[in-house]
Structure formats: C-alpha cells, structure tokens
Design a protein around this ligand. Structure first.
Ligand SMILES: *[C@@H]1O[C@H](CO)[C@@H](O)[C@H](O)[C@H]1NC(C)=O
Ligand SMILES: *[C@@H]1O[C@H](CO)[C@@H](O)[C@H](O)[C@H]1NC(C)=O
Ligand SMILES: *[C@@H]1O[C@H](CO)[C@@H](O)[C@H](O)[C@H]1NC(C)=O
Ligand SMILES: *[C@@H]1O[C@H](CO)[C@@H](O)[C@H](O)[C@H]1NC(C)=O
Ligand SMILES: *[C@@H]1O[C@H](CO)[C@@H](O)[C@H](O)[C@H]1NC(C)=O
Length: 949
C-alpha cells in the first residue's frame, strides 16, 4: 500500500518548513540537551550507527548536519530513518522527545521492545512497521491524543502470548490509519475500534484474530477493512454487518471461517471496489446485487456457495470451488434444488447437509436425509440432526413430498402456511422442537406430530424431553437414573439400561452438551479386582453443534464419583430446553488382559498381524467368532515416549467415532501391560493391495474400488478435521494407514501420531512426525502443521491410487522417485498422464473422465501453498458424484452417527447377553456374520512402516 504523506521523510512543504525551522534553531541556539541525549542513546544503541552519518563532533541535531532529524525550534519533532538498514534496539525513553510529531522507523531491523510512546501528545505519525521488534509495552498507547497513523505491521510482537490493542487507544480520536498486519494480534477484534469515528483504514491481516466482526463496526467510516488470513481457523460468524459500512472500498475477509450468507443488500456498498471472501464457510445463494456490481477484485472461491453459477458483471470475478448446482454460468438450478437451498438457508446451513447436498438432482448422489419417488423428493427425513432454525415456506414447492420427519431438532418459528398446499403430504413430524403457533389447517389426512413443542401445547417438555409423540422414543426411559439415550431403537431391551449408570457431566460445558443419541458401543463387565482398573470411560452427551454427532468419551478417574451431580444435570437440561444432558457412565472400556490373552491364544505368534515401533498387533477371536485387533506394547519397550503415545491414542480414539475411522473398542492397563483393542479390518492395508498385490497373490483393485476408497478416506479425514470444538490432525496419513474391510470399504487408522490440537487452534508447531513422501512441504520445513498438511498427504494417496506407484521409491528412475514431483510434471498432459496410470486399470474412455478429475484433485490437494489446497469437504464433494451411490436410506439411524446400528444393535445385545453369561468382558460392534477372512491380514503394513520411527 502507498506510503502516505507523513511517511515520506519530510518531503514537500513539510521539509521546507522543517528546514526553515531548523535554521531558526541553528540561529537561536542549540538543540534542547535532553533531546540531544536521547538521540545519542538512539545512535549508540545501534550496531551500525555509521549508516546514520551523524557527525561525532556536532552536538546540534537541529542544526543542518544531522540527517534524518527535523526540529521545531530547538526540539526534535521528526525522526525519519525509513529503509536505512539500521539494526539494534531503541532507547526505552524515546517518549522523552516530547515534541515528536512524526516518527518514521519503518523498514529497518530495529529489535527488542518497541519503546513506549506513552504521553507523546504531539505525535501524529508513528511508523514502526517492518522491523524486528519482539514486544510492545502495554502502556504504549496511553495519551497519544493526536495520533493519526500507527503502523506496526510485520513485527513479531509478543510472540509467545500474542497481544491486543488496549482500550486506551480509543482516546486517540484523530486516528485514521491503524495497520498491524502480521503483528501477532490474538483474540477478538475490540468493539471500540468500530466506534472510532475517525478511523478510515484498519488492516489487521495475518494475525490470530478470532470471533466475529463486532456489531459496532456498522457505524464506522472505514474505507479499508482487512481482516484476512487469520491463522488457526480465524474469524467466525456472519458478515452481515459489513453492508452497513457504507464507506467501504476494500473489504478483505479471505482465509477465515466466516459463515452464513452474503447479505442481499451488499450492492448498497456504492464505493466498494475490492471484495475478497475466498476460503470461508459462506454458503447460500450469491445475491443478485453482488452479481451486478462492477468491482476490480471479486474473489468468492473456496466457500460453500450454492445455486446457479453466477455470471458476474465484474470482469475479474472468480468463484471456483463452491457448491453451485451446475458449472455453466447463469444456468438456472432445478426448482427442487432452489427450494432445498431455501430450506438449508432457514436452518443456517447445517454442515452435514451442506457437504452432501451437492449437484442439481436431489435424487442422484448422496443428498443425506432425502428420499425420492419417481425422480422427485418424497421424504425429508432428518430427525435428531441438530437442525437449528426455522422452516422455509419454499418446502411447499416440493410438490411430491409425502413425509416430513423433523422430530427432535431445535426448530423454532411457525409452520409456514403454504405447507398446507402440499397435496400428497401424509405425515409431518415436528415433535420435540420449539415450534410456535399458529398451526396451519392441514387436511385431516395429514398425520401431524407436534408433541414436545412447549409453545404449542403450553406444557413444558417433560423431563425426558417430551411425551411420547413420535416413533423414536426411549424405551422405558422414565426415571433419571438408568437413562437410556433416546435414539436407541425400541429393539433395545430394558435389561441394557441396568448396566448403565446415569450420572451427570461434572463439567462447565454441560449446558452445551445436549443429548445423547448413541448407545454404548459395547459393554465390558466390570472386573472383580477393580483396583486393577484405575480409570473408566464416561460417555458424555453429544454436542448439538457437532455435525457428526459423536459421542464424547472422557476418561474419568472415579467411576462413581459424579453420581451426586444428577440434580444439577437436570437443571441444565431444563434450562437448555431440550434433549438430554445426562452422562452415561460406560462402565468400562477396559478389557482384562486375561481376556485378551485368551482370545489371542496367549499372544501367539501365529496370531501376529504386524510389528511396530512400540509393540505387536495380534488378531484375536472372540468365542462367537468376532475378530478384533489387539495392539500390545511389550513390557520392555514402554519408555515414557511409548506411554505418551499410548495415552494419546486412547484420548483421541475414544473421542473419534466414524464409519471411516478405525474404532477403538477398548483397552487394558494392568501392571506393565498397555493394550489397545481395535476393530479388525480383514483385508489389511491399502498399500498391500496397491503395491504388493502380486507377491501376496491378491486381485489388483478396480477403479471403482479405488474411487470408493478415496471417498471413504476423504469422509473420515473430513470428520477428523471438522469436529465441533477441536480439530484433529492425523499427521501420518498414508496408504499403509488406510485399512480395508471385506467389502473393500476403507477406514483410516493409526492415530498414534495424531496430536490433539489445543482448543481453538488448528495449527500447532509440533515435533515432526510423519512419513517422507507424504509430508507437506511447509510441514517438513517448518514443522508447523495444519489440517492442510493432511490434505497434502491425501493428495499423495490419490496419486498412489491412480498410478499404483509408492509415494517414494528409490528403486525408480530419478525423475519419478518422488511421486508428487513426478505427477505434477505429467498431470496436465493427457498422454503422459494416461501412460502413468496403473497398468492394472482398465483405461476405457469413460474412466478417463474420472481419472482426470481425480488427477486434478490430487494436484489441487498437493498445491505448494497450504491455503491453495482445498479442505477435505471439497474432496468429498468432488469424489461423491463419481462414486455410484447406494441409498436413499430408510433407517434414520443408519448413517446418523456414522455407525450402522440396526443389525449390530441386535447383535450387540445378543453378544452382551452371551458375554454376561460367560463373564466375557468384551462386546464388539462388528456385524459378526462369521465371514472368515481368506488370509491373515490386518495392520501389518501399518506397523512395519512404524518401525522406521
Ligand atoms: C492511510 O492508508 C491509506 C490506504 O492504505 C493510504 O493510502 C494513506 O496514504 C495512509 N495515510 C497515511 C498518512 O499514511
Ligand atoms: C507484551 O509482552 C511484554 C513482556 O512480556 C508485556 O510486558 C506487555 O504487557 C505485552 N504487551 C501487551 C500489549 O500485552
Ligand atoms: C483484471 O485482471 C487482469 C489480469 O490479471 C488485470 O490486468 C486487469 O487490470 C484486471 N482488471 C481490473 C478491472 O482490475
Ligand atoms: C441456534 O441458532 C441460534 C441463532 O442462530 C444460536 O444463537 C444458537 O446458539 C443455536 N443453537 C444451537 C444449539 O446451536
Ligand atoms: C410459499 O410461500 C413462499 C413465501 O411466502 C413463496 O415464495 C412460495 O412460492 C409459496 N409456495 C407455494 C407452493 O405456494
């Protein structure tokens, strides 16, 4: 950006005036001695003072011989040393130059603390930008009454903690330009900045700001507002306030996590010339008013915008990587799609629907929660999906609708009148929401369920949530203790609940935890010697804002310690108004070592699946034939490092449940034993099937299977990256950590390296871990990791799926040793690309389309700059349409938590009963149909690769 007036080193009239004044000073006497002393300190503190060319034998800086210094009378009023190359600290008492009005220190290598400027009432311009200052005192801003410009950009200030402008700054009522790009600001943007009427320019890019744009900004006169590229996920919330900022010329919000829609009246910003919203979570339709604006810069890439691809008036507008219904600009979407977009908009874009409602045909592809009949949407089936918002009148346009099932959500507002025009509607379930009256007059043929809506009935929801109004009620869940989560299907026997002791979340966040919808995955009978079971797992209620409805499981130190909190749990449930806030104590995920000994034939060699850095993985077989994978750390190897790894693995895996992530079923800690029990993946690692199929006499994977695997992995990783309150980064995604089931569906495994990012941070500097060949360049170089490093590794896996070549193979000719480099060289050349495709694949023309789509995605994912890589949600969106889809589903629960309950639940109970009678403390999730894997397989690759660590 332009260096303005005051920045110019006393150019023009200012210079003449200053020179004239300094002449006066020279005539009328010497520079004030105090000022002289400080300038000398300034000089003497530098390691290269000679660059100043200040004369050693002259004590009159206000005379003509001191470059860069300007005076007013005998007082120093300006220091202008920009770009001189000065190095070293500044004197701490610089603010004794009380006549200073203009301080130009930018573009040097000044280091140490920024000196306090507090009390410099004449100071108008302070340019401290682009130096090596490392901290800023908190009194810096006190008493700067005439400050007009403050530039602190490009200084690594208070790096360990970050910092924020103190509120004293608001007394600088003349401030027009405040720039602090890349200067380590943390926390929310202060409110008061919006109320500073003088402020025209606010540039705070590249910091770690969080939270939303404060509402106070509506009244500001800002012309330039740059809040782009905040680290660690960045700023959140809607951007609606910007449409009130009528003076805006340049609005840069890219590289954050803003959500909601672009407000329809954005066209009112008559002066706007540059708008960058790239890389946020914005959704909904692009407003016509924006499409019609003529802007120099309009960047809407990498959001979740829907509807028709816009045909912009702005010549340079871009809007790639969104969720438009059709690629052709201006082509209208199907009317059903437009109606469904309105439906989503009224619900504030629930992320799970956002990622699956893609394309221009709700009857093709995933479209979670919809069922069709004769090519039209016949059912909206989204009970218990944490939908939060209102019901859109546009649903009335889905004229083939017969059933709407939206029970047990957080819907408010009335039922739109014109829903009564839905001729075929037979059933409308809105029970257990917060719908308000009036209820429109539906035909009597419509089965209307509205129980559990306090505003409709005037009766508050019963303590269990509601009177039984729907089909998804909790069986016998009538008392607070022995509570069973209310999504458990009614096939669940009452007996089950007797093993669950309901206790209450002893955590402050309990109000945010709403209802528990997943039953226990398995039950382990408590060991008699409880002293050997030092910790137990507590299943917390699920978090309503969590798109995938995971169950939170925490390790509690005392199984029964929190039962007494039941009362407060009820209170918080009532105050939150819906759902459950109970914690179901899971008994134990602990499995006794003895049981594991039995099922692995005393850890017999023949049951070994693989060996890794910290132990051995065994196959185990339960009495009923269910197989498990048992990862045992050998007594001798348990260094502190291994224990940490072990605990990290428990902590992470127990929080993570997804159909495309390998499930942790339990664990043992007894004496020196540290054992993890996983679900068993009979077909073993993807790498075997890609690279070693010949030796192992396997069938090479078909293209269709590869596509399925890619989508499965993308879904698993998307889930891992987008858990509601924490972001997990895998750090070691590779084909040997992708395990296959008998159906060749994939799950991501080996979270031993996953580092749980600290709350609120998506980028952590970590010990470098991972596998060469898959490492993102920025991670390899700086150790700084974000979810985008996983995206890179995913891109490498895609390349492996395409070519059948290992990520790194020194046996290959030099130019193709490193797969990423090789692939980038050939990917845009159709002939070369096709020549590099795995020869086992059948390269029919029809597959070329999907091959080139995957090749493009692989390239995108491995872009050099992390911010140019898409997020996993995008990968899912690209892959999903390529994969032939099953569904629409009939069973609410099937996909609901990512785990297939219907059949395993029965199985589960049977197993549990069996287990109880045999004192077998394990019950798996597996559908134990008894399919016997053809060969010992499992974690082998995963663990041989781990040996390298
Ligand atoms: C204030 O910022 C604007 C926009 O970057 C710039 O053009 C102007 O020169 C700045 N003013 C001063 C005095 O630095
Ligand atoms: C920056 O860090 C220093 C030293 O750690 C501290 O004294 C000062 O208050 C911090 N500045 C701000 C604005 O928080
Ligand atoms: C559009 O982009 C081109 C190429 O990047 C550039 O030369 C041109 O000035 C831009 N147009 C506007 C209006 O900014
Ligand atoms: C529902 O949305 C409202 C407003 O958008 C928000 O304040 C509230 O926190 C949301 N509730 C949940 C449970 O997400
Ligand atoms: C229902 O109402 C909405 C808004 O009031 C309107 O846009 C829509 O066309 C109506 N639909 C039908 C089928 O009446």
């Amino acid at each position: 950006m332009g260096k303005g007036n005051g920045r110019g080193g006393g150019g023009g009239g200012g210079l003449l005036l200053a020179v004239a004044l300094s002449l006066v000073a020279a005539v009328s006497g010497f520079t004030e001695p105090g000022d002289l002393a400080i300038l000398k300190q300034f000089r003497d503190g530098l390691s290269n003072p000679e660059l100043l060319q200040w004369p050693a034998n002259d004590d009159d800086p206000c005379g003509s011989k001191w470059k860069h210094v300007f005076c007013s009378g005998n007082r120093v009023s300006q220091i202008q040393v920009q770009k001189v190359g000065l190095e070293g600290p500044l004197p701490p008492n610089l603010n004794q130059l009380t006549a200073l009005s203009n301080l130009g220190l930018q573009n040097n290598r000044f280091s140490g603390a920024v000196p306090s400027l507090s009390g410099l009432a004449s100071l108008q311009y302070a340019y401290l930008d682009y130096n090596n200052f490392d901290s800023i005192p908190s009194d810096f801003f006190v008493g700067l009454e005439n400050l007009q410009v403050l530039a602190l950009d490009g200084n690594d200030l208070n790096a360990s903690t970050g910092w924020m402008f103190p509120k004293e700054l608001q007394n600088s009522a003349q401030l027009t330009n405040l720039t602090c790009n890349e200067c380590n600001l943390v926390g929310p943007v202060p409110d008061f900045l919006g109320s500073m009427a003088s402020l025209l320019v606010l540039e705070l890019s590249g910091n770690s700001l969080t939270g939303g744009i404060p509402p106070s900004f509506a009244n500001s006169s800002l012309q330039i507002l740059w809040l782009n590229n905040q680290l660690n996920g960045g700023m959140t919330g809607p951007i609606d306030v910007v449409t009130s900022m009528v003076s805006l010329k340049s609005l840069w919000l890219h590289g954050n996590s803003f959500s909601g829609t672009i407000p329809g009246n954005i066209g009112d910003l008559a002066f706007l010339k540059s708008l960058n919203l790239n890389g946020n979570q914005l959704a909904g339709l692009i407003p016509d008013s924006l499409i019609g604006m003529d802007l120099d810069v309009l960047d809407l890439n990498n959001n979740k915008f829907m509807g028709p691809t816009p045909k912009f008036k702005s010549p340079n507008a871009t809007s790639a990587s969104n969720a438009f219904c059709l690629p052709t600009p201006g082509a209208p979407c199907a009317p059903e799609v437009m109606a469904l977009i309105d439906f989503l908009t009224a619900l504030n874009f629930p992320s799970r629907l956002l990622s699956s409602w893609v394309g221009n045909d709700p009857c093709q592809g995933p479209w979670f929660g919809l069922s069709c009949n004769n090519g039209k949407v016949a059912m909206i089936n989204l009970p218990k999906n944490n939908l939060n918002g209102t019901l859109s009148p546009s649903v009335a346009k889905l004229d083939a609708l017969t059933q709407v099932r939206l029970g047990s959500n957080n819907l408010n507002g009335p039922i739109p009148d014109n829903w009564t025009s839905l001729k075929g509607l037979t059933s409308l379930d809105l029970s257990d929401n917060n719908i308000s009256p009036p209820i429109p007059a539906f035909k009597t043929s419509v089965k209307l369920l509205t129980g559990g809506n306090p505003l409709l009935t005037g009766t508050p929801a019963s303590p269990k949530g509601s009177p039984p109004s729907g089909h998804t009620k909790s069986p016998g869940g009538t008392s607070d203790s022995g509570n069973v989560p209310d999504t458990v299907s009614s096939t669940k026997p009452k007996k089950f609940k007797s093993v669950l002791a309901a206790i209450v979340a002893p955590v402050a966040s309990v109000a945010a935890l709403i209802f528990l919808a997943v039953p226990l995955f398995f039950y382990c009978k408590k060991r008699k010697e409880t002293s050997q079971a030092p910790s137990s797992l507590v299943v917390y209620p699920r978090d309503p804002s969590d798109p995938d409805n995971i169950v939170k499981i925490a390790v509690a130190s005392n199984t029964y310690g929190s039962t007494s909190l039941t009362g407060s749990g009820s209170a918080s449930r009532n105050s939150s108004g819906f759902g459950e806030s109970h914690v179901i104590e899971a008994g134990n995920l602990i499995i006794s070592v003895q049981v594991l000994r039995n099922v692995t034939k005393n850890f017999a060699r023949e049951n070994e699946l693989g060996r890794g850095g910290f132990g051995v993985v065994y196959k185990g077989e339960l009495d009923d034939g269910t197989k498990i994978a048992v990862k045992r750390m050998e007594a001798g190897v348990i260094s502190n490092k291994a224990i940490n790894e072990f605990q990290a693995e428990i902590a992470v895996l127990s929080k993570v449940r997804h159909r495309h992530l390998v499930s942790l079923l339990g664990y043992s800690i007894e004496g020196n034993e540290r054992i993890l029990v996983y679900e068993y993946m009979p077909q073993g690692a993807l790498s075997k099937h890609l690279f070693h199929w010949k030796d192992l006499k396997l069938e090479p994977l078909t293209w269709k299977r590869r596509l399925n695997i890619a989508l499965d992995v993308a879904r698993g990783m998307e889930y891992l990256h987008s858990l509601a309150h924490q972001s997990f980064i895998h750090r070691d995604l590779k084909s040997s950590n992708i395990l296959l089931g008998d159906d060749y569906r994939a799950k991501v495994s080996d979270f031993g390296l996953v580092k749980l990012a600290p709350d609120g941070e998506k980028s952590v500097v970590t010990r470098l871990a991972g596998t060469f060949g898959y490492l993102a360049p920025e991670y390899a170089v700086t150790g700084k990791i974000t979810t985008k490093a996983d995206v890179f590794s995913f891109g490498v896996v895609l390349m492996e799926l395409l070519t059948g070549l290992m990520a790194l193979d020194e046996e290959r000719p030099e130019e193709s040793q490193y797969l990423v480099g090789y692939f980038w060289n050939i990917k845009s050349d159709k002939e070369k690309l096709m020549a590099a495709i795995d020869p086992t694949l059948d390269k029919k023309e029809e597959t070329y389309e999907s091959i080139s789509t995957i090749a493009e995605l692989a390239g995108h994912c491995t872009a050099r700059e992390p911010n140019q890589r898409p997020d996993m949600g995008h990968a899912v969106n690209v892959l999903a349409p390529l994969v032939e889809k099953w569904k629409p589903f009939d069973d609410d629960y099937e996909e609901y938590s990512g785990i297939d309950y219907s059949l395993p639940l029965n199985q589960m109970v049977k197993d549990w009963q069996e287990a109880e009678s045999k004192d077998l403390s394990y019950m798996g999730l597996e559908d134990s149909k008894g399919s016997i894997p053809t060969r010992p397989a499992g974690f082998a690759d995963s663990f041989t690769s781990a040996d390298a660590r």
